[in-house]
Design a protein around this ligand. Sequence first.
Ligand SMILES: Cc1ncc(COP(=O)(O)O)c(C=O)c1O
Length: 389
Amino acid sequence: MSEGNLNLYFDNAATSWPKPEPVYGAAEICLRRMGGNPGRTGSTRTIDAERLVYRARACLARLFHATEPSRIVFALNATDALNMAIKGIVNPGDHLLYTAMEHNSVLRPLGGLSRAGLISTTMIPCSGDGDPDLSFMKRSFKPRTRLLIVNHASNVCGCIAPIEEMIEIAHRHGAHVLIDAAQSAGVLPIDVQSLPVDLLAFTGHKGLLGPAGTGGLYVRPGLDLKPWREGGTGSYSEMDQQPPSMPERLEAGTLNSPGLAGLIEGVNFIEKTGLEQIRNHEMKIYTYLRAKLAQIPGIKLYGPAEPSRCTAVLSFTMEDIDCGELGYILESSYGILCRTGLHCAPLAHQALGTFPQGTVRLSPGFFTRKEDVDYLCAALEEITALRSC
Ligand SMILES: Cc1ncc(COP(=O)(O)O)c(C=O)c1O
């Protein structure tokens, strides 16, 4: 067994790999042949690059059922989009609500704004499975509550938040809702109209199967954010402030055209394959993995067991072995890649009871096979057996 010559990827929650073949090709073609800066001057290359960016906007608008592509604002990643949303919407004196399952890309901007005395916040506690306490949430709204931030699907234990109900409650209290879809875009169906969501931050390099350096923010029509980043747009160049029109109001600087070319192909792959088929496959693998892990002595599993309540993200710990050490053994002796530690979500680990040591996180993807799970579980059984000798 312990040859270490395989390279099995169980870290799709960090970034998806491999990508569908056309993703690589589209990014390369864009880099080699396009060479224009979208929106700058009127050369044919520039216009081609601009068309590409528009196609990317349109395909994400279609995926999320947004009526206007101009309400999709491109960003570097989900972190960038979350910062853009939070810093663009708050006013001094506002109160914000967030759940214990949030990522540091939410916790740190909130921490910074709170430390500067600009806002106050309340954390909604979550159960040991990651479910937010909705009765606590209902009691926590204040007259100045401006925003509720919810991680749609946990990057620690896969738990899916009841966002429909949470949006309904928040809107009843006059608050806006920002959904962190870093782990759910391309994984779960998202319809921004029927939800109805005010702001949705997504990343391109995880479930959307695109390259790193891509992501964005959906901003509901009628909602105006203060620009978080200011600079050149190729339009309204006589003005010393961001243009009023979207998406330029929130987008400044040269966009990542090769990344967006790849992202279009990632979304095309999802649409051609079918989101339902992708989810069915991932949850079949997840269920198989969870059942096999449950049989290994000394392993403790976290998060909801029912596949309908989670995505294919599974955290576990093994008795008498540090998570980091286990991750190291899995990679160095078996060629298995996973993620260990706190996964940038310390409060989620406090809810799960795994703080500060964290967990080992396994996140299979659409390209993970049953044989990969068999190999992984055989490796874990071997490690357990060797340690009990
Ligand atoms: C729930 C969640 N939010 C935000 C992020 C940040 O995403 P990105 O790395 O694209 O900025 C991640 C990344 O792991 C995440 O899992």
